[in-house]
Design a protein around this ligand. Structure first.
Ligand code: GLN
Length: 491
């Protein structure tokens, strides 16, 4: 594919500014790449006409010397973000045909800064999943394949389309969301960089809700610096989201390349879980060595409540989901199955036909843990565990500036491999959910490949509102890892 799709966002922005190529040209190159990559099923809606109109407007602003920080950069948008007049369905049957009359704050911020929308990206239904297999639009295929195998692999989830599009050069960057790992795990499975910022850094307004106290938006990109550029545009206080933080947005890109000498890095001993592949252990040790070489001090820390994180997450997230998804009743949005006799029949038939199995499972679990008699035993207890987990981090951050862990307990697995066993699927999130429960920033970046040539991710966890330190550390690790592998094109 054209070289214009194979450059970093940073280089693209420089090329656009210096008029080496136009926004129209780089957009056209991406439109062609997307058309040629349909077997990956990364995009669920392509919006070439809109993209070219946005690119023409970007070219006009560049000509007038009024370029914004993302002027002319073609991006993909996860189907969870409401985009005015364009399909926004969270890859659920119940929202098929829904075209919002408004734009999410995060995407508005990107368009304000000059970015171009290429289309909407595939994802697990309502962002519930770790493999993109719960999507009503079918799974995304990871552009990466094991050496000597044609087996189709998952790009991870729920932001599988975002990660695959960035890895396969179908966008310079993509928006994603992370409730329990959905930015970081797909980034790890596709050799890309993803950051979930501090809870409240990005506005949730106009993002279809899954579990409101955990949901955060963030970017997936090909380099740490690209992720910093995107996060800077996406972030900011928004009066329309009462949980958005009234905090200044730092100049994130300026942290990339800063020295990390003297920073103290915690290695949590509880993250050495049974059954973790030796290659992930090795990568983790390698990451520790790289940071040591860069002048960091490595400190072993303890996060004693880690083992309760997954059970607490899989109570709190479904509880909030069962409440958030109550609005899909056939009356206000999308699907309506209206051949019932009564209003109740319409509700039941619409919800039975509109939600997939995993979403129904979450609604059932959530309703159960919130019901009278079980609320104290499950939901309230999970909230107490959540507090303990957050306290573990607070104590660790008295001793260290950031933590280094693996992102996921395995490399990308085969489609269908874990889909029959929800618990096996949920185990994917073992290293990521703690960060959401505590509201902290977490970044995944590629550290190397396994014996099959598949990418593996390292995770950095920071103090609240300290994404800057993660960008500095991420930059140092990226330099040391010199990860240059790319998926070989087979589609
Ligand atoms: N895999 C987790 C889940 O299924 C996380 C999903 C997410 O972060 N949106 O809930």
């Amino acid at each position: 594919m054209s070289a214009l799709t194979d450059i970093s966002l940073k280089d693209a922005l420089e090329g656009l500014k210096s008029k080496r190529f136009s926004a129209t040209e780089i957009t056209q190159a991406h439109i062609a790449a997307i058309e040629a990559a349909r077997p990956l099923n990364a995009y669920v809606a392509e919006t070439p006409d809109q993209a070219l109109a946005m690119a023409a407007a970007a070219d006009a602003r560049i000509a007038k010397g009024e370029a914004g920080p993302l002027e002319g950069a073609p991006l993909g948008i996860k189907d969870l973000f409401c985009t005015e007049g364009v399909r926004s369905a969270a890859c659920s049957k119940i929202l098929e045909g829904f075209k919002p009359t408004y734009e999410s704050t995060v995407t508005s911020n990107l368009w304000r800064d000059g970015a171009v929308m290429l289309g909407k990206l595939n994802m697990d239904e309502f962002a519930m999943g770790s493999s993109n297999e719960t999507s009503f639009c079918g799974p995304v295929i990871n552009p990466w394949r094991s050496r000597d195998s044609n087996q189709k692999l998952t790009p991870g989830g729920s932001s599988g389309g975002s990660a695959a599009s960035v890895a396969a050069n179908l966008a310079l960057g993509a928006t994603a969301t992370d409730t329990g790992g959905s930015i970081r795990q797909p980034a790890a499975f596709t050799g890309t960089v993803g950051i979930k910022p501090t809870y409240g850094r990005c506005s949730r307004w106009g993002i279809i809700a899954f579990a409101s106290s955990l949901d955060q938006a963030g970017p997936i990109a090909r380099t740490v610096e690209d992720a910093a550029i995107l996060l800077k545009s996406m972030s900011g206080h928004d009066p329309k989201d009462s949980t958005s933080l009234p905090a200044e947005v730092p100049d994130f890109p300026s942290f990339v390349g800063k020295s990390v000498k003297g920073l103290r890095i915690g290695v949590p001993k509880e993250y050495r879980v049974d059954g973790m592949p030796a290659e992930i252990e090795t990568l983790w040790s390698q990451g520790i060595a790289w940071l040591k070489d860069a002048g960091c001090e490595i400190v072993e820390v303890s996060l004693p409540h880690t083992k309760y994180a997954l059970p607490a997450y899989y109570i709190i997230a479904p509880a909030e989901a069962s409440s958030n998804l109550a609005r899909y009743d056939g009356m206000r949005y999308g699907l309506r199955e209206a051949d019932g006799q009564s209003l109740d029949d319409v509700y039941k038939q619409t919800r039975a036909a509109g939600f997939g199995d995993e979403v129904k499972r979450r609604i059932l679990i959530g309703t159960y843990v919130l019901s009278a008699g079980y609320y104290d035993a499950y939901y309230l207890k999970a909230l107490k565990v959540r507090r303990r987990i957050a306290d573990d981090f607070t104590q660790a951050f008295e001793k260290v500036d950031a933590l280094l862990t693996p992102t996921a307990p395995s490399a990308a697995f085969g489609l269908g491999e874990n889909s029959a066993d929800p618990l096996a699927m949920y185990l994917n999130d073992i290293f990521t959910v703690t960060v959401n429960l505590a509201g902290l920033p977490g970044m995944s970046l590629p550290g190397g490949v396994d014996a099959n040539g598949l990418p593996l991710g390292l995770q950095l966890i920071g103090r609240a509102l300290d994404e800057g330190t993660l960008f500095s550390l991420g930059g140092a690790l990226e330099k040391a890892a010199a990860f240059r592998s790319r998926p070989e094109r087979w589609w």
